[in-house]
Design a protein around this ligand. Structure first.
Ligand code: GRF
Length: 208
């Protein structure tokens, strides 16, 4: 079985683009079949279109509440027969009801080494803390924000003189490498029916 993957974005879509590129490989165990954006002005929508992936805005503001918004997302995912979801810079917190429907089949990428530095303004938090490494984490999504089981992490140095922007740029390079590897590992684990092993937690990339 090949996974039919839907990617949920809100903005630039550089992680989405990395997933689309990686999924072109013949041995990739899935295909990116749909991109949905919570913002109608997301740059990633145009990127998806250029890549030939069906994409659609499902703008949060067009729905009266979160549950109507999520029903619209679910309808689009169902219409495209999606069976695996990747959140890639999706700036909406999904409800427990939505997430539970996708248990074990929904990933997120977060720009820190979880469980450190959850939430927003992550790079500011990292610089404030004075740590010397940061990175990114791909994890399964559970109803608790930034809490799900970790699939893989990549580490980058925090350099003297870093600003939130310079650190974000370094972390993003790592994100683009990590997310495809972590997705592939996760799908292979899921497809073979094996429990995800510790090995999946050992994806470690070192970037300058
Ligand atoms: C990434 O830094 C990701 O970790 C965070 O949002 C950002 C999305 O960037 N969740 P992009 O839209 O993929 O370029």
């Amino acid at each position: 079985m090949t996974a039919r993957i839907g990617v949920l974005i809100s903005g630039r879509g550089s992680n989405m683009a990395a997933l689309i590129e990686a999924a072109k490989a013949e041995d990739f165990p899935g295909s990116i079949e749909l991109v949905l954006s919570s913002h109608d002005d997301a740059g990633g929508l145009a990127l998806a279109q250029t890549a030939g992936v069906p994409s659609k805005a499902v703008p949060r503001h067009a729905y009266k509440d979160k549950s109507a918004f999520e029903a619209a997302l679910s309808a689009e995912l169902e219409r495209a027969d999606i069976n695996f979801v990747c959140l890639a810079g999706f700036m909406r917190v999904l409800s427990g009801d939505f997430v539970t429907q996708w248990t074990g089949r929904i990933l997120n990428i977060h720009p820190s080494l979880l469980p450190l530095f959850r939430g927003l303004n992550v790079h500011e938090q990292v610089l404030e803390a004075g740590v010397t490494v940061s990175g990114c984490t791909v994890h399964l999504v559970t109803p608790d924000l930034d809490e799900g089981p970790i699939i893989g992490q990549a580490v980058v140095p925090v350099k003297p003189g870093d600003t939130p922007d310079t650190l974000a740029a370094r972390v993003q390079k790592a994100e683009h490498l990590l997310y495809p590897i972590a997705l592939k590992s996760c799908l292979e684990g899921a497809i073979s029916g094996e429990r995800q092993s510790l090995q999946l937690n050992e994806i470690l990339l070192s970037l300058r």
